[in-house]
Write a protein that binds this ligand. Structure first.
Ligand code: 5RP
Length: 222
């Protein structure tokens, strides 16, 4: 068992009968979905909302019943990965380009649980490039505004020759801040820029993190 699996599986055990669950995206959330699928096959009764088309597909594969947002006001729990997390449970997310749905689901859950391996824990956020989701219309202007506002490198996320398009039809700009001294301030500033839909800073949202290690040990941060 690797760290991602250890963390993903443990968090899946906290899901109880009758809960509505937010299903995260990525290789750690994968293990949570897999374990939930096994538990559903054994009789666990849950409903879920997925944070990406990939996770929705996985949920369908495991026969996890999915809901529409119109069918539920709030989720009981959401479980998702992170690209970086600090000791205050502030996060960078969006490495998998799913940050917008992930943030919506996290904010509408009573409890947002992070699952990650030990490599994701940092003293200060920012070594991982911060994903910023922008609307495609005139995205060059949004990029220009970002470059004028912050003296750090920004790149439009590409896959080969093509711009990556999110499940919401937007683009991702990755920002190399290096170290983010005031995550809350940066989060608020980025949200104010027209053209920016949202960004991967999740500040004060997570209730708890399960960190898994190569030897199968897990540590809880709360
Ligand atoms: C996707 C995310 C993922 O949760 C994040 O990238 C972590 O992924 P992984 O568990 O594969 O390391 O934010 O947008």
């Amino acid at each position: 068992m690797n760290g991602k699996q250890a963390a993903g599986y443990l968090a899946a055990e906290w899901v109880k009968d009758g809960m509505t669950v937010g299903l995260g995206t990525g290789s750690t959330a994968y293990f949570t979905i897999e374990k939930l699928g096994e538990r559903v096959a054994e009789g666990l009764k849950i409903t879920a909302i997925a944070t990406s088309e990939a996770s929705e597909e996985l949920a369908l594969k495991y026969n996890i019943p999915l809901l529409k947002a119109s069918e539920v006001d709030k989720l009981d729990i959401a479980i998702d990965g992170a690209d970086e997390l600090d000791s205050q449970l502030n996060l960078i997310k969006g490495g998998g380009a799913a940050l917008l749905r992930e943030k919506l689901v996290a904010l509408h859950s009573d409890q947002f649980i992070v699952v990650a391996d030990g490599s994701k824990v940092v003293d200060q956020l920012g070594a991982f490039k911060l994903p910023i989701e922008v609307v495609p219309f005139c995205y060059e202007w949004t990029l220009h505004t970002l470059r004028e506002s912050y003296p750090v490198p920004f790149e439009v996320r590409m896959k080969g020759q093509d711009i990556v398009v999110t499940d919401n039809g937007n683009y991702i700009i990755d920002a190399s801040f290096g170290r983010i001294e005031s995550p809350q301030q940066l989060a608020d500033e980025l949200k104010m820029i027209t053209g920016v839909v949202d960004h991967g800073l999740f500040i004060g949202i997570a209730a708890k993190a399960v960190v898994g290690y190569e030897d199968g040990r897990t540590e809880i941060i709360e």
